[in-house]
Ligand binder design. Structure first.
Ligand code: 4UW
Length: 563
């Protein structure tokens, strides 16, 4: 066996449309007709729904307003730094109508983390929310971006998105939306999304308009094939169904599947800005949510939280998990909580924009522990340690050719060359593919860990820990956690004077550990904090050329936390 193939992609894929034109202005043979009463998005708390015509109008209004007021034009970059908001997709599509590029940032990021993104991406404008405005203004100032160029979805800044939309709608058209040349969607950048890839600090992944478009069509074809087997009531995504928009829109899973695939299929997305579990249960019942797109920690809550028994979740027909592994035992518990739901996993990456594998619904449940089967148009090979290709049931690194692949890392030829190799995308995940073509992610070969589905790059935390005056060397490794999946913990070598202080007063050891943890907490977003703790060691094991032997410490950490 040399290569593994997903089914071939038969459907046509436009290559002359922007993502906004594809989703808002065009039809496609695989796109079902949405009932006119079904809104595209629903505000979770207020319950306000917005439909197609209103979204199109708001998108034009905002594009016109951005063009009039801020002169946003072709290739300018707009950073969206906000929790999910009903106008979030409008901001994405308005930027695309202007030929601009969108870069979404985690709204929990601190000033330095946002500043890094503003600088790498060369931001022209920030769209934020009152809850993140203070950070946005601080980062904008440090980046030399005038505070007038920070606007908000709500009414907390001088200029709100809504007021710009109204201004744009009142004014003469100030911009001309361009139809792309044939093939141009494949090279024109739509997003700069941040991912660490295999190692190091987050890098800007350049994503074309074509990539999310083709991924949506791959997913539509995947469900169409499955529909041939499934009776109507078991079909996956039906127009008029209601999906929970609880995944963060800034992440590739939320952006491509949560917004674009759901709306393509005619579902209404309930926009949930902040995930609070009991409120989430309320929302499921209040909005008759039928489709849940989640990450494993949210599923842990569904299985274990005592409040669940107070809610009738029988209306949930579909649950998709991804971004981190979901254990078979959790699925066993989940079946009891959601008796009427199809349950399974998908698997993808920022760099593959997005889905590589998806559970098949020929049966009600995905194969336990499996990340699904390769979706349409995907070719895979599994490369063993010795560089040869694995057959069925043999572990190795998954490398894929996907039609939705990203263009590469912005201004980082070296990392691009290492990850995108002769048309193959190196996932850095160790997998096994079974004879029935189910893909099991068995380990991660790359450095990054996943905390609540978010990437954490050990090298980034090590850089931060090394700034601490008592630390001379460090290595960060994951420890497993039943809720978050993984948590970062640090091994640290102390400076001689810290060692002396501890010799004089052993209580100093705990103070130093606390201070290292605080240093990271002060400088990094919450999910990157050293929740796994700090252990002191005499030396960090390295190979003769000085490369960290992370696996040795990963195994040691495993032994430390074992009861
Ligand atoms: N099992 C084990 C999984 C799994 C997994 C991802 O943050 P990124 O770059 O991207 C993502 C994207 C997730 C995603 C996209 C589209 C889709 O259909 C879907 O289905 C639910 C999920 O997380 O991190 C990429 C890395 O996350 C790990 C894996 O290590 C991958 O390289 N990962 N999904 N089901 N691990």
């Amino acid at each position: 066996m040399s290569e593994f193939y997903g089914p071939s992609l038969e459907a046509s894929v436009p290559d002359d449309l922007t993502l906004a034109q594809f989703i808002l202005d065009s039809s496609h043979p695989l796109r079902p007709i949405r009932p006119s009463h079904a809104p595209w998005f629903i505000e979770d708390t207020g319950g306000r729904g917005v439909g197609h015509e209103e979204i199109r109008a708001r998108t034009y209004g905002l594009a016109n307003g951005l063009s009039l007021r801020f002169r946003i034009k072709e290739n300018d970059l707009v950073v969206i730094f906000s929790p999910n908001h009903i106008d979030y997709p409008v901001a994405v599509w308005a930027t695309h109508r202007l030929g601009g590029v969108v870069s979404c940032a985690n709204p929990a990021n601190n000033t330095n983390e946002l500043l890094y993104q503003l600088k790498v991406a060369h931001a022209s404008l920030i769209i934020t929310h009152s809850s993140s405005l203070h950070t946005a203004l601080g980062a904008a100032q440090a980046a030399g971006l005038p505070s007038e160029r920070v606007i908000t979805f709500d009414e907390s800044s001088q200029v709100s998105v809504d007021s710009l939309i109204q201004q744009g709608l009142r004014s003469e058209p100030y911009f001309v939306e361009r139809r792309l040349q044939k093939g141009e969607a494949k090279t024109k950048v739509a997003f700069l999304s941040f991912s660490s890839g295999t190692t190091g600090k987050p890098k800007a992944v350049a994503i074309s308009h074509f990539a999310p478009i083709v991924n949506v069509i791959q997913m539509a074809e995947h469900q169409k094939v499955n529909q041939n087997y499934a009776p109507w009531e078991e079909q996956r995504f039906r127009p008029g169904d209601v999906a929970a928009g609880a995944l963060p829109f800034f992440h590739i899973y939320g952006m491509v599947l949560g917004i674009h695939f759901m709306t393509f299929c005619g579902l209404s997305v309930v926009v949930i800005p902040k995930f609070n579990f009991t409120e989430f249960l309320e929302s499921i019942v209040r909005h008759h949510i039928s489709h849940l797109l989640l990450v494993p920690p949210q599923i842990v809550l569904l299985c274990k939280h005592p409040a669940v028994k107070n809610y009738n979740l029988n209306g949930v027909r579909h649950l998709l998990s991804g971004a981190a592994p979901l254990s078979a035992s959790l699925v066993d518990q989940l079946v009891k909580v959601l008796p009427n739901a199809q349950i399974g996993q998908g698997y993808g990456m920022t760099e593959s924009v997005a889905t590589i594998a998806m559970f098949s619904v020929d049966e009600k449940l995905g194969v336990p522990g499996s990340a699904g089967r390769l979706v349409h148009g995907v070719v895979a090979k599994v490369v063993k340690d010795d560089g040869t290709l694995a057959g069925f049931n043999e572990p190795g690194e998954l490398q894929v050719k996907v039609p939705s692949v990203a263009l590469g890392y912005l201004n980082n030829e070296q990392a691009t060359k290492e990850t995108f190799v002769n048309g193959w995308l190196r996932t850095g995940d160790e997998v096994v593919i079974r004879e029935d073509h189910e893909v099991f992610v068995v380990d991660r070969l790359k450095e990054i860990m996943k905390v609540k589905g978010f990437q954490v790059a050990p090298a980034e935390l090590e850089g931060c820990i090394l700034e601490h005056p008592d630390v001379s060397d460090t290595c960060v490794v994951p420890i497993s956690d039943s809720y978050s999946g993984e948590l970062p913990m640090a091994f640290a070598v102390l400076h001689p004077n810290a060692v002396k202080r501890i010799a004089l007063d052993p209580a100093e050891a705990e103070r130093i550990k606390g201070s290292i943890i605080k240093h990271v907490a002060d400088n990094k977003v919450a999910y990157k904090h050293l929740a796994g703790g700090v252990e002191f060691v005499d030396v960090i094991p390295k190979n003769p050329s000085g490369k960290l032997l992370r696996r040795v410490l990963r195994d040691r950490a495993r032994d430390l936390v074992r009861p």
